[in-house]
Structure formats: structure tokens, C-alpha cells
Write a new protein. Structure first.
Length: 252
């Protein structure tokens, strides 16, 4: 299936590693020009070189998404460098925890990072013939998981905000959706660390997944690419859960 992504312009915040990197690599392979940011300059440069090897234009900066001015500056510079914007993907997370510092980090990065990215992108997205926004949430937002933590609650807020935006921005032609992955194996990621250092928790989690395994970053990236593409032109306000059956709720 031709997704109609060739020549489109995409910004992925938190795009140097993990799910953001997988999404960036997948969109680049489809022919999208890409802008990425992340806090670590070395990781950003490594990702930039990998993406450029796919023959697309790449704009990359080291940015703390929790810093309003820095994030808005990156978005503006990326739009100018790419020559427009069709796709926005808000991916990074401030971590997880129960103390006030953790709550603030998740609020500033996960939620306000998404809010500010959209606000800074709406004008450019409105000029696209197929604009889309995708927020990366988590199945931790839709079912109780590992207790009352900042990550779970803020990711739930992200889903609600995306739904509100999908209604508000539809007259401008901008689609807004959320992707909520369950346990996903990413090299060097949280579940890779859990498998290495807490095998009991890892095995207990796999046992709860009817598919019998963790998902892959590529499986999530493929879903993001489809939702971002003109092939998904009538899909908005959706929370797309990718978890192999890990969550047990019934979606009506």
C-alpha cells in the first residue's frame, strides 16, 4: 500500500531514540523529510546521520522539550527549514514517579510539550492538504498499572487533550490521534532494562499478554505512519492501542 507520504514534512519531538526514532526512521523510509529533537546532542547527531542516509532532508537540534522557549524555537526553525509541515508527532516523556519532581517533569514534557508543539504548529499544518498530529501515550493511561504514578495520570490527560483537539481542529482539516503502546521491547529501553534486572516482573508481564510476547518498536512505528498518512484521512479522535491484548477493557 502506498501511504502517500513521499515528500511530506514531519516533526518528531523526542526522535533520537526509542519509539520516536523508530517513527522517524519509518517516515524517512517512506520519503518524508524529517525534523527531530531530543535533549542529548550526541544522540541527535547519530539519528540525523541515519535518517539522512535514507535520502531525505533532515533538521535536528538538541532541545529540552520541557523548555517552552526552546521547544517553540525548534518548531519554528524546523518548519522554516523543511519548507512547511504535514505531520507532527509528540513523543517524549519526562519519566515516572510519585514525588512532586516527577509530576512536574511529566507535566512539563509529556503534556505541555504536546500542547506547545501543537500551538506552534497549527498555522503551518493548516496549509497542508493532509495534516495530522499524533500523541504517544501508553496503556498505563487506560488501566491501573504499577500504582498511582505521574506517568499514568499525565498520559491519560494527553489522550483527553488529543480528543478535544480533534474536535477543535477538524474545521482546519487537522486530524489528531493518540497511539497508546503496551509493553514494547526497545533496545536499551525500559522493558529491556526490566528483562535484564527484574526477570520476574518481565515474565509476569509477558504472561498477561495473550499474544505471548512484547511488541516491537517497528510495529508501533508502522501504526504511527499509517495514522499520519493520507490513507487515514477520515480517522481522528482515536486512541489506537497497540498491546497484543495486554489491556483487558472492552472498547465500545
Amino acid at each position: 500500500m502506498d501511504l502517500g507520504l513521499k515528500g511530506r514534512k514531519a516533526i518528531i519531538t523526542g526522535g533520537s531514540r526509542g519509539l520516536g526514532r523508530a517513527a522517524a526512521e519509518t517516515l524517512a523510509a517512506e520519503g518524508c523529510d524529517i525534523a527531530i529533537c531530543s535533549r542529548g546532542a550526541e544522540g541527535v547527531e547519530t539519528a540525523k546521520k541515519s535518517l539522512e542516509a535514507k535520502g531525505v532532508k533532515v533538521f535536528a537540534q538538541a532541545v529540552d522539550v520541557g523548555d517552552k522557549d526552546a521547544l517553540e524555537g525548534f518548531i519554528a526553525a524546523a518548519i522554516e527549514d523543511l519548507g512547511g509541515l504535514d505531520i507532527l508527532i509528540s513523543n517524549p516523556s519526562g519519566g515516572n514517579g510519585v514525588d512532586e519532581a516527577a509530576w512536574k517533569a511529566n507535566f512539563d514534557v509529556d503534556l505541555m510539550g504536546a500542547v506547545r508543539s501543537v500551538n506552534a504548529s497549527v498555522a503551518a499544518l493548516s496549509k497542508s492538504d493532509s495534516p495530522s498530529v499524533t500523541f504517544i501515550s501508553s496503556t498505563a493511561a487506560v488501566e491501573t498499572f504499577m500504582g498511582p504514578t505521574s506517568y499514568n495520570a499525565i498520559k491519560a490527560g494527553l489522550i483527553t487533550h488529543a480528543n478535544g483537539l480533534s474536535q477543535a481542529l477538524a474545521p482546519k482539516g487537522i486530524r489528531v490521534n493518540t497511539v497508546s503502546p503496551g509493553p514494547i521491547m526497545v533496545e536499551g529501553g525500559s522493558w529491556d532494562m526490566i528483562k535484564t534486572h527484574n526477570e520476574g516482573m518481565y515474565n509476569a508481564t509477558v504472561a498477561q499478554i495473550p499474544a505471548g510476547r512484547l511488541g516491537t518498536d517497528q510495529e508501533v512505528a508502522d501504526a504511527i505512519a499509517f495514522l499520519s498518512s493520507p490513507r487515514s484521512a477520515f480517522t481522528t479522535g482515536v486512541n489506537f492501542v497497540i498491546d497484543g491484548g495486554f489491556t483487558k477493557r472492552v472498547n465500545f
